[in-house]
Design a protein around this ligand. Structure first.
Ligand code: FAD
Ligand code: NAD
Length: 409
């Protein structure tokens, strides 16, 4: 009899962890496991703000998939998922035709959400993956090098607008202002001429943290030169800057900028809606065991899933922490299904949240109510990063790829 085929789509936090957990939990003869990803590497999405600003080489954030998974147990296919034929148990790949499955785990991650804002897609850069962050770093450097090659100097080339002051925006700002002194030295640019402007529609950045931590974050970033435009919406993005204004007001202001980085929110991967899944902001409302209603052999996890928090009646935030815990749950549930046992409900254990403010600085709340700021929060952030590598590939991967210098870079 042929073995049941388990197909995992996407090798981000959710997909990689599902794969490694399945190989640990299942015997060789229990199932055939296949992982599909569009690149041959896995990257740490949670570190992407660093190579985007140029404070960390891209290669520190990524690793070859074959070096992490057990290739004797898992077939890895490097290809792009085009669509999912959920009624036929097939997945269509860009180069490799169709593959069949008995169980499917969809972990295709997020895309930047532009909310239909005019010109954003065409003119702004976004922190989405390895290729997009390379572009941000290169673009900023290109604008800095253009500056001295102009007859008439245009200082706006040196202005960087960051649209959105959520986690990604703030973490990027922290790295960027750390990088600027070095960048200015390298390109012979007066630091005073460089403007870094954060445009945030809400009255505050990082609204999930309490006032004391938010004020600390704002103070620290302002001291390194970030100008905050709070309660201000980015309404349009042009080739040479942005148009901003207050919510509910027609009055607008134009800010000329050589670089615009959009960090105003994310959505689930478009492949799901294009495959006929019912989605809200690109995410599938999954059941309490992370399966798609009506499709008992299909799980959706990570940033493609809306998982309800039964206590609040609202979805949990889409985070790596959640994606990783969901992967463990799915691996256990696939094993249950293979044995004809009932599935378990997914329960999220919130271990806390830390937002980096650049090298050696961060804010966070851990274990429910312990507030951290400064170096202690920055060390906690590195411990979280290292813990993931340890869970994924053991001590070897952590030593190879981890942030082992807890106090330094
Ligand atoms: P992803 O990690 O996005 O992985 C998706 C994978 O699918 C990728 O490998 C991609 O290449 C692949 N893929 C996509 N489309 C296709 C296709 N069509 N075919 C084949 N393969 C495809 N969360 C936290 O908990 N803590 C943090 O500190 C944190 N920091 C963050 C910092 C930044 C800068 C960003 C952007 C996000 C951060 N997050 C953090 C959120 C976290 O990164 C996401 O929630 C997490 O990456 C979701 O994991 P995932 O497995 O669903 O998807
Ligand atoms: P987000 O949705 O958390 O934040 C987007 C921000 O952009 C919001 O503050 C919103 O008010 C603002 N915004 C939206 N439209 C705007 C407009 N037109 N003009 C100005 N501001 C606008 O998105 P994110 O920061 O990309 O985070 C995505 C997910 O990843 C979240 O679930 C987050 O928790 C997670 N994440 C976590 C960490 C961490 O734990 N350290 C880091 C990065 C991301």
């Amino acid at each position: 009899m042929s073995k049941p085929r388990i197909l995992i789509l996407g090798a981000g936090y959710g997909g990689m962890m599902t794969t490694t957990q399945l190989t640990k939990r299942l015997g060789v003869n229990d199932a055939q496991i296949t992982l599909v990803n569009k690149h041959n590497y896995h990257y740490q999405t949670t570190w992407l703000h660093e190579p985007a600003a140029g404070t960390l080489p891209v290669d520190r954030t990524r690793m070859l998939i074959k070096d992490v998974i057990n290739t004797n147990r898992v077939e890895f296919i490097q290809d792009t998922v085009v669509s999912i034929k959920k009624d036929e148990n097939k997945v269509v790949l860009k180069n490799g035709g169709e593959i069949d499955y008995d169980y499917l785990v969809i972990a295709l991650g997020f895309e930047s959400e532009t909310f239909g804002i005019k010109g954003l897609k065409e003119n702004a850069l976004a922190i989405e993956d390895v290729n997009s962050v390379r572009l941000i770093r290169e673009h900023i450097e290109y604008q800095f090098s253009r500056y001295h090659n102009m007859e008439e100097k245009d200082d706006s080339l040196l202005t960087i607008v960051v649209g959105g002051g959520g986690f990604t925006g703030v973490e990027f700002l922290g790295e960027l202002v750390n990088r600027l002194p070095e960048l200015c030295r390298e390109y012979d640019i007066d630091r005073e001429k460089v403007r870094v402007i954060n445009v945030e529609g809400a009255p505050t950045i990082l609204p999930m943290f309490d006032k004391e931590l938010v004020e600390y974050a704002i103070r620290r970033l302002e001291s390194k030169g970030v100008e905050f435009r709070l309660g201000t919406l980015l309404k349009e993005c042009k080739e040479d800057g942005v148009v901003v204004g207050k919510p509910n007001s027609d009055e607008v202001e134009e800010i000329k900028a050589g670089t615009v980085v959009w960090t105003g929110g994310v959505r689930g991967n478009r492949v799901l809606e294009e495959s006929g899944f019912e989605v809200a902001r690109g995410r599938v409302n999954v059941g309490d065991d992370l399966r798609v209603p009506g499709y008992d052999n299909v799980f959706v996890i990570g940033d493609c899933a809306n998982v309800m928090n039964p206590e609040t009646g609202r979805p949990y935030p889409t985070t790596a922490q959640n994606a990783i815990q969901q992967a463990y749950s799915v691996a256990r549930n696939i094993k249950h299904l293979l044995r004809g046992e009932p599935t378990e409900k997914y329960v999220f254990h919130n271990k806390g949240t830390v937002a980096s403010l650049g090298h050696g600085d961060a804010i966070g709340v851990i274990f429910g109510n312990i507030k951290l700021k400064g170096m202690s929060a920055a060390i906690m952030k590195k411990i979280i990063d290292n813990r993931y590598l340890f869970l994924l590939g053991g001590i070897g991967l952590m030593l190879r790829k981890g942030k082992l210098n807890l106090f330094g870079k």
